[in-house]
Design a protein around this ligand. Structure first.
Ligand code: 16G
Length: 241
């Protein structure tokens, strides 16, 4: 099964084979994979080689280690299309998952210069700073910092952001959300993010910044979020025109 004459490294061939076995449902999410010793016998390679393959698959989010127990197959990643402008609550509900949030911060702060420019605000004005951990079926998926001009929704309260912010904006405030610009960047979790997202420090995360606009072109939010890269992948259709 491992071709020792191949130019492909043996650990890589093992990774490919394990991924194939996961795809074939021989190993399902939550299953414990065989031990290093068993795998090294199965593939007829050293334990070092097996360890290298497993370490890579852990850092890519295919497997996770539970201390003193073993190595397990991770849940498959959430595939998030990049086309539609949806909310976290809608995204999760569409997948039959339950969306919830933990509100960590709800403050009114002076707007920074950079944000005043992006939100087209007077630099002396204030913004709400809302920090939420977003959960899917009680598991943390992302930490979001949302900034909204106070003048746009002067009476926004903590209660309004416990559920869906977009629903509040559209149904209660009767504002029409129209479009956004989104940037995605790769990074690693710092101590704070790791703790909130319940991942080891330095795990891969995706930083997303969304600048969103209402129908009349008014910017209404800047959202900076950190998504777990072991649970998310973003997909888009592209056309050669
Ligand atoms: C998504 C959006 C975020 C928006 C939130 C509203 C991304 C990267 N971010 O998380 O910009 O504020 O949805 O969700 O997609 P809610 O209506 O469930 O509060």
């Amino acid at each position: 099964m491992v071709n020792k004459n191949s130019p492909l490294p043996m650990y890589f061939q093992i990774e490919e084979d394990l991924k194939q076995r996961m795809e074939n449902k021989e190993f399902k999410p939550g299953d414990m994979i065989p031990s290093e010793r068993e795998l090294s016998e199965h593939y007829d390679v050293s334990r070092m080689t097996v360890r290298q393959a497993i370490t890579n698959m852990v850092s890519e989010g295919f497997l996770y280690r539970a201390k003193g127990k073993g190595t397990f197959v991770a849940e498959s990643k959430i595939e998030q299309p990049l086309q539609g402008m949806t909310s976290f609550t809608e995204d999760m509900n569409q997948r039959g998952m339950e969306a919830s949030s933990e509100l960590l911060e709800f403050d009114v702060i002076p707007v920074s210069k950079e944000m005043a420019r992006k939100l087209q605000m007077d630099p002396n004005q204030k913004v709400y700073k809302i920090t939420r951990i977003r959960f899917a079926d009680q598991k943390p998926m992302a930490v979001e910092h949302t900034f909204i001009p106070v003048t746009l929704i002067p009476d926004l309260s903590e209660k309004d952001v416990q559920g869906s912010l977009y629903q509040y904006i559209e149904k209660t405030e009767k504002l029409t959300i129209a479009k956004a610009t989104q940037m995605i960047e790769a990074t690693t979790a710092d101590t704070y993010q790791a703790e909130l997202l319940d991942v080891p420090q330095s795990s891969a995360i995706l930083l997303i910044e969304r600048n969103s606009y209402l129908q009349d072109g008014t910017p209404f939010e800047i959202v900076k979020s950190a998504y777990r890269a072991d649970r998310y992948k973003f997909i888009s259709d592209i056309y050669r025109s």
